[in-house]
Write a protein that binds this ligand. Structure first.
Ligand code: UFG
Length: 335
């Protein structure tokens, strides 16, 4: 049966938020986005957009009074791990205090369902692989700590305010929309794949690989890359879960397959047909050797089945998007 209530998506103008919003609209759901546009883009949103910040409690109350919202999908956050080490206060403020503002406004308006963007960063250095949801949670940076804190708050808000939640612990979000309309568009580029593509596009001369002396087959770090369209699908499945069941749930969102940095670079050479010069640099502090998920819980309980998360599709879609961004930026310079 169609659901006429609205879904509020915080951070819906950002990378994962915009893909999820688009999927929800395609599935006939009524969506409204709240975004402060600190990193998101108006052009990524094709539904009602409220420009504002989660620190504005008055605005949150107004949104919940004005719109008939029954679920919130909460993406809005600061997400750069290295920055969180230098400016932890910014992360506790934006990710924890602002999430509390949101939860309190939801509780005040009797809104009982939230899907929260959590992260593999809640686990910290792996104690064993693959990492399942029961793995110890010992974040090694403030970013991961903020995500864990919100997960803990959600547990107590179920007891006290009857607020049901699904926390989705993303592993390495990557790729771009298969129709070329959306993708990662950040002023500060820290992630491996966009950096590799910058080298392929001659925007950067050489890719630095942070460490080739790890205890992995080729000496470089291993990560579990999951395509943003599969991540979007996970949110849709989480919505269905909360439509059926009350509780506080957490799932890894990943493929269960790991790829090394070298494998990513080699795949990018194949796909882009460009030279990608590399140099080995020292390890980046705080990088675990290997982060690979056990994805069986989300597969078995929610029916998650990634369709786009092979390296070829991830890098292929990201490359199409990257070239589009380049052309748009060039056109702006010429105009
Ligand atoms: N890397 C390089 N060179 C670069 C960039 C990255 O060698 O120029 C390497 C990193 O050292 C790492 C791998 O590529 O081994 C992936 O790095 P990313 O920065 O793309 O991603 P991370 O695994 O560091 O971080 C991701 C998410 C975070 C999340 C974290 C979970 O982006 O939000 O996983 O620990 F917190």
């Amino acid at each position: 049966m169609a659901n006429s209530k609205k879904i509020l998506v915080t951070g819906g103008a950002g990378f994962i938020g915009s893909h999820t919003t688009k999927l929800l609209q395609e599935q006939g759901r009524d969506v409204v986005v709240l975004d402060n546009l600190s990193t998101g883009h108006v052009s990524s949103v094709s539904c009602p957009l409220i420009i504002g910040d989660l620190s504005d409690r008055g605005l949150l109350n107004k949104i919940f009074s004005d719109f008939d919202i029954d679920t919130v999908i909460h993406f809005a956050a600061s997400v750069i791990v290295e920055e969180s080490m230098i400016l932890p206060g910014k992360y506790f403020e934006n990710n924890v205090v602002n999430s509390l503002n949101l939860l309190n406004a939801m509780a005040a308006h009797g809104i009982s369902k939230i899907i929260f963007s959590s992260s593999a960063a809640v686990y910290g250095e792996p104690h064993y692989l693959p990492i399942d949801e029961d793995h110890p949670k010992m974040p090694t940076n403030p970013y991961g700590e903020t995500k864990l804190m919100v997960e803990k708050i959600l547990k107590w808000y179920l007891t006290s305010h009857n607020l049901s939640s699904v926390s989705l612990r993303y592993f390495n979000a990557s790729g771009a929309h298969s129709d070329g309309s959306l993708g990662e568009n950040k002023a500060i580029v820290t992630h491996l794949i966009p950096r590799v593509l910058r080298v392929a596009a001659h925007q950067t001369e050489v890719l630095q690989i942070y460490g080739n002396d790890y205890s992995t087959p080729d000496g470089t770090c291993i990560r579990d890359y999951v395509h943003v369209l599969d991540l979007a699908q996970a949110h849709f499945l989480a919505l269905e879960k909360l439509d059926k069941e009350q509780g506080c749930f957490a799932y890894n969102v990943a493929t269960g397959k790991g790829h090394s940095v070298t494998e990513v670079v080699n795949a990018a050479v194949e796909i882009t047909k460009k030279m990608i010069p590399i140099e080995y640099a020292i390890r980046r502090s705080g990088d675990p050797t290997s982060l690979v998920a056990d994805a069986s819980k989300i597969t078995n309980e929610l029916g998650f089945s990634p369709k786009y998360s092979d390296l070829e599709t991830i890098i292929g879609t990201a490359w199409v998007w990257h070239q589009r961004l380049l052309q748009e930026n060039l056109a702006k310079i010429v105009a």
